[in-house]
Design a protein around this ligand. Structure first.
Ligand SMILES: Cc1cc2nc3c(=O)[nH]c(=O)nc-3n(C[C@H](O)[C@H](O)[C@H](O)COP(=O)(O)O)c2cc1C
Length: 219
């Protein structure tokens, strides 16, 4: 079983990166590869349809190599974060660049797909957008359209950039928007995935579920 994982977060060793890596490790696959999309150049699809007969994109950047990696893998774990309440643009561009694999043969069909998505807005926060759910839905929609099999998607509440900024006078502080007008860096704190054993267990279960699904399909 070959598994590839991608992370759309540009932050070094980000929550998204570490969550994807935890899922990959838990699959105990023969081969896993992790790609941090900000280390590569991946332009969005131009919609030129030149790939219809070749199954290969004409844009000469790393999107071609990443699509080939996805084609050769059995499982794709997509990690994104949620800028402005929807899937981040690097992850979206990566998904768009898998379009060449769609035509005629459905080259991703039958593979397994899973996702982790980080957001700063806790799920089900009244009156605020469902950022994690939006991001997960976008990835799930791709998995479905590609004819892949969805194994699962995990929302993770990470840190909003404001916790690293510290400008207490900011009129647009996300801390005040998401929590309350008295919220401060100290009252909100910095979250760490490694301090959340329940979330780690859920990520590890997703890895184990991927492996179980792969071998039960294979039998
Ligand atoms: C430009 C930008 C916009 C963001 N907008 C949102 C947002 O609308 N909703 C949200 O929940 N989080 C938002 N975030 C916060 C990210 O989702 C958060 O930083 C992420 O959980 C952290 O993941 P990371 O450590 O993997 O980067 C935004 C972050 C950035 C950089």
């Amino acid at each position: 079983m070959k598994v590839i994982g991608v992370s759309g977060s540009p932050i070094k060793n980000s929550t998204t990166d570490r969550a994807v890596q935890m899922v990959l490790a838990a699959t105990e696959a023969h081969k896993t590869e992790f790609f941090k999309l900000s280390d590569y150049t991946v332009s969005p699809c131009n919609g030129c349809l030149e790939c219809i007969t070749t199954n290969r994109c004409v844009i000469e950047d790393d999107g071609v190599m990443l699509a080939e990696k996805a084609f050769k893998a059995d499982v794709l774990v997509i990690g994104g974060y949620t800028s402005y309440s929807s899937l981040d643009s690097r992850t979206k561009a990566f998904i768009e660049r898998l379009y060449p694999l769609q035509h005629r043969y459905g080259l991703m069909a039958g593979k397994l797909g899973a996702a982790v998505v980080t957001c700063a807005i806790p799920p089900d926060q009244a009156g605020l957008p469902s950022a994690c759910a939006n991001g997960l839905q976008a990835i799930r929609d791709y998995i479905q359209l590609a004819g892949m099999e969805w194994v699962g998607g995990i929302p993770i509440v990470g840190n909003m950039p404001c916790v690293h900024c510290g400008e207490v006078q900011c009129q647009q502080s996300g801390l005040k928007m998401v929590y309350d007008s008295d919220a401060t860096l100290a009252s909100v704190g910095v979250r760490s995935l490694e301090d959340d054993p329940d979330k780690i267990a859920v990520l590890e279960k997703l890895g184990a579920d991927i492996t179980a699904r792969y071998y039960s399909n294979w039998r």
